[in-house]
Write a protein that binds this ligand. Structure first.
Ligand code: FRU
Length: 439
């Protein structure tokens, strides 16, 4: 596989990205607005599960829990990132979600909180939940700033109404008081960019730098503890890293930090797992699925963060290697796994993939739906009332993906926000189709 300017970081190259295109294997069905959003008072976007230390989805007295970035639903959707607040939602069946409330009570780091991950460890030394998030913006600054640091909150605990038998949801439980998360939390900054492997804000040459979206990961092969994150590779001016100097501003990377002792509160930066110098500026929300010793690394990215002369998409992209720090190569040759239809190119974003038996499931949020404006690539140009009307602001239908070695394909979708646990069977149809194919 080709190497980047830094020498030995696996690279997503312009040659790979030149092969990006929509086809039957990677286009999701069109999304129609659901009858009900998860919460009519909230815009909901980036979302993640409460997980056990080994990455499996936590199930606490019959409840599964998701966390989302949220803002009031009467806010212009484009402004939501400036006020993002993390809330939790819980469910007994993975289909109906109850709003639990805000995770923190104002004692956070950063001017606002962006995406992260949450690990449930009832045996942990510091409460039951290790909550990793992006502290966005400088504390105490008068103006909104875009500094990004990886933060951790510890000390949170959960309480439930108890007594749900395993896997069974009992109907006499009042769903609005079934599950809650309580502080007090202790917040700390875990990591900032080193300015060498990972670009600092003051070194950034193009769009705003990235250093965000911490993702807790315990390697099932080695048992070692890591944190993945979105970052940028330092590309000093004049080094000729790309054929065209303008492309050098497109320098996204997937960062990783290691905990030498396994302590989930202590991490050291390590060199990036992969980068996309000359290709793409934002490799968002990196996360891994490990299947039979093979590592599948997923990110989301936008059409507008690809370097000039490349045609990209708002899409889920994936890479595969046979080691955590292995020679990642793009799935399907070019990297694209799942995208939006050509007539609704921004209908979903911020995908999160998890393993389900033979399939992968990809959750995401319902973003802008643009049936009549397929070529619109900057929604902020729409009149404000249209921006409001066209923003989904809730979870998108979960997409079922097939995975065969280095190839993926879209199978089908579940409902908006339907997030089954591994032990819960998926609808039969696909299995029938499979057996017809003799699979
Ligand atoms: C992806 C993203 C994340 C970030 C969040 C901010 O949708 O850009 O990388 O944490 O949105 O709203």
């Amino acid at each position: 596989m080709s190497e980047d300017a830094a020498g030995d970081t696996p690279a997503w190259t312009r040659e790979h990205a030149a092969g990006l295109r929509r086809d039957d294997s990677n286009v999701a069905p069109i999304i129609y607005p659901p009858e009900e959003r998860i919460d009519e008072d909230l815009h909901i976007w980036d979302t993640w599960f409460l997980r056990n230390r080994d990455g499996s989805i936590a199930e606490i007295d019959g409840y599964r829990v998701i966390f989302s970035l949220t803002s009031p639903s009467n806010l212009l959707p484009g402004k939501r990132h400036d006020v993002a607040t993390i809330r939790y939602f819980y469910s007994q069946d993975g289909e109906h979600w109850t709003t639990g409330g805000t995770v923190f009570d104002g004692d956070t780091l950063g001017q606002r909180q962006w995406a992260g991950s949450a690990m449930y460890d009832p045996e942990g030394d510091e409460g039951e939940i290790y909550f990793y998030y992006t502290a966005a913006g400088e504390d105490g600054a008068d103006e909104l700033t875009y500094t990004q640091r990886l933060a951790l909150a510890t000390g949170g605990t959960v309480s439930t109404d108890g007594g749900l038998s395993e896997g069974g949801a009992s109907s006499d439980v009042p769903s609005d008081s079934g599950f809650s998360i309580e502080g007090p939390w202790d917040h700390q900054i875990l990591l900032t960019p080193d300015g060498d492997w990972y670009e600092r804000e003051d070194q950034s040459r193009g769009m705003i730098y990235t250093f965000r979206d911490p993702w807790f990961f315990e390697d099932p092969e080695s048992g070692e503890t890591y944190l993945l994150f979105e970052a940028n590779t330092l590309v000093p001016e004049g080094t000729g890293a790309c054929d065209d100097p303008v492309w050098e501003e497109f320098n996204g990377s997937i960062g990783i930090a290691h905990s030498p002792t396994g302590d989930p509160t202590e991490f050291e930066l390590r060199p990036p797992l992969l980068d996309a110098v000359c290709v793409n500026q934002e490799l968002e929300r990196p996360h891994l699925v490990v299947r039979d010793g093979t590592y599948y690394l997923f990110i989301s990215s936008h059409v507008h963060t690809f370097a000039p002369e490349l045609e990209g998409y708002d899409a889920l992209y994936g890479f595969v290697a046979d080691d955590l720090q292995g020679e990642y190569e793009p799935l399907n040759g070019h990297g694209m796994v799942l995208t939006n239809p050509a007539n609704a190119p921004f209908q979903a974003y911020s995908w999160l993939v998890y393993d389900h038996g033979d399939e992968l499931l990809a959750s995401s949020f319902f973003n802008y739906f643009d049936y009549n404006r397929p070529n619109l690539d900057d929604v902020s140009l729409l009149p404000e009332d249209e921006q409001m009307r066209r923003f989904g602001g809730t979870l998108a239908p979960t997409v079922r993906l097939g995975l065969d070695g280095k190839q993926t394909n879209v199978i089908d979708t579940l409902d908006h926000g339907h997030l089954p646990l591994q032990r819960e069977a998926l609808p039969k149809s696909w299995w029938d189709a499979e057996s017809k194919d003799g699979g």
